[in-house]
Design a protein around this ligand. Structure first.
Ligand code: PMT
Length: 398
């Protein structure tokens, strides 16, 4: 329930504007105070009176219209908001927000607010996948702006594809998750692995991979917010550690293995998002290896232990084990085989060649593979994926 919370809902000129009425109605039923700001274009699709009736408050449209009170409206709403939501969020408002354009009541308030912002994008598939929109989305995600959806399906323009606004129930759920985060992991110990491992060749060279740690760190942050006692076993990365999370730094796959063997049996949930190197150099040179001009150079690699498999062999009663599968082909088949081989409850499979998925980026496109079957999720921020993984792990646990 959201009593005492103030949500400012921006409605822009997308056909899904009519669904925003239900968002207001749901928020009111959850006891939130709601102010609605509409763009001029939105008022062509839905009458402000509808939102006024549902929110029981005047609707703001024009920055310069006369208002019944003397506060500067866009500033006062920006300050009063506990959360600003834009639903539907058109490509236009995303572009304005990404570039700091403030030319109407909504864009001005969005620029002025210090409150968290949640966008529910809704647009034609072509507009959603356009490079400009995707770049704007990336900019907004980098600033910590959150998104819900869009989903896939039949669009008002007749196309079928991504760009459909999330359903009002989903948007209300996302709002609740931000304003009143769940504490459903309280009392649980959750261990997450993240980042790459580094395999030394000599004092100045090493083998590694492209993992930035973003996926694993997002899971650690989400689990901590939901009340878990979180241990993050991390390879070398360059991102900040989420507040309240205990970090155990590791470098090589062998050091990750040792750490996991020590900690794994004490955990309720283990999520292995790290990308450990499968091979290490047989003999690490003590001194810098000298170049031998004209000669081919051979490094002998030996296999590293499969840590997830070793953890699976030590699986405790009631423990939930989640692994990832980073694939470039046959994603589902490979994920299913890893699920069985490593004795996991869930595999989060990602095609690391897909745009907006896998290494380095802030979004991911994943498929959950468990013994029950598989579920494909649309592209979403790694932070959103993190919550979905935790929801699934909890459902499997219960
Ligand atoms: O860090 P980011 O830049 O955000 O990128 C995220 C990611 C792409 C690294 C992440 O989404 C991901 O896919 N992580 C798993 C990478 C990987 O090693 O996948 P794999 O399919 O090779 O391994 C399968 C599972 O076994 C993984 O859970 C892995 O942690 C584990 N493993 C792998 C090798 C090994 N020697 N021991 C292991 O335990």
């Amino acid at each position: 329930m959201l009593s005492g919370k103030h949500v400012v809902l921006g409605v822009t000129g997308g056909i899904a504007a009519y669904k925003a009425c239900e968002v207001v109605s749901r928020l009111r039923k959850m006891h939130a105070e709601v102010d609605v700001i509409m763009t001029e274009n939105a008022t062509r699709l839905v009458q402000p009176l509808t939102f006024e009736t549902l929110s029981n408050r005047p609707v703001c449209v024009d920055t310069f219209s006369r208002v019944e009170s003397w506060d500067v409206k866009h500033i006062s709403l920006a300050q009063k908001a506990d959360l600003m939501v834009v639903a539907p969020a058109t490509a236009n408002i995303m572009a304005k927000l990404a570039h700091g354009i403030a030319d109407d009541m909504l864009s001005t308030t969005l620029l002025a607010t210090k409150a968290p912002i949640l966008l529910a994008p809704a647009m034609n598939t072509g507009m959603w996948t356009a490079e400009a929109t995707q770049q704007n989305l990336q900019t907004l995600l980098n600033r910590g702006i959150k998104t819900v959806g869009p989903g896939n399906g039949f669009l008002a323009c007749g196309d079928t594809g991504s760009g459909r606004m999330s359903e009002p129930a989903e948007i209300a759920e996302a709002i609740q998750a931000i304003l009143c985060p769940k504490r459903d992991l309280e009392g649980m110990k959750v261990l997450i692995t993240a980042g790459p491992t580094v395999e030394r060749i000599d004092p100045v060279r090493y083998l590694t991979n492209d993992s930035s740690g973003k996926m694993g760190y997002a899971i650690a942050e989400a689990a901590q917010k939901r009340g878990a006692d979180v241990t993050l076993v991390s390879g070398p990365v360059h991102i900040p550690v989420p507040a309240g999370v205990n970090v155990v730094p590791v470098t090589s796959t062998l050091s990750l293995y040792d750490c996991m063997m020590e900690l794994c049996e004490k955990q309720d949930i283990i999520i292995q998002a790290a990308a450990p190197a499968d091979y290490r150099v047989e003999h690490i040179a003590e001194q810098k290896i000298k170049k031998q001009s004209g000669e081919p150079f051979t490094l002998t690699l030996v296999e590293n232990p499969d840590i997830a498999k070793a953890v699976g062999q030590r699986k405790q009663q009631g423990q939930i084990l989640v692994g990832f599968a980073a694939e470039t082909q046959n994603v589902l088949t490979n994920a299913q085989s890893k699920l069985a081989k490593k004795n996991l409850d869930l595999i989060v499979a990602n095609d690391v060649t897909a745009e907006g998925a896998g290494f380095g980026v802030d979004t991911n496109i994943v498929t959950f593979v468990s013994k029950e079957g598989s579920t494909h999720l649309p592209k979403m921020s790694k932070r959103e994926v993190a919550d979905r993984i935790l929801d699934k792990a909890l459902a499997l646990k219960n």
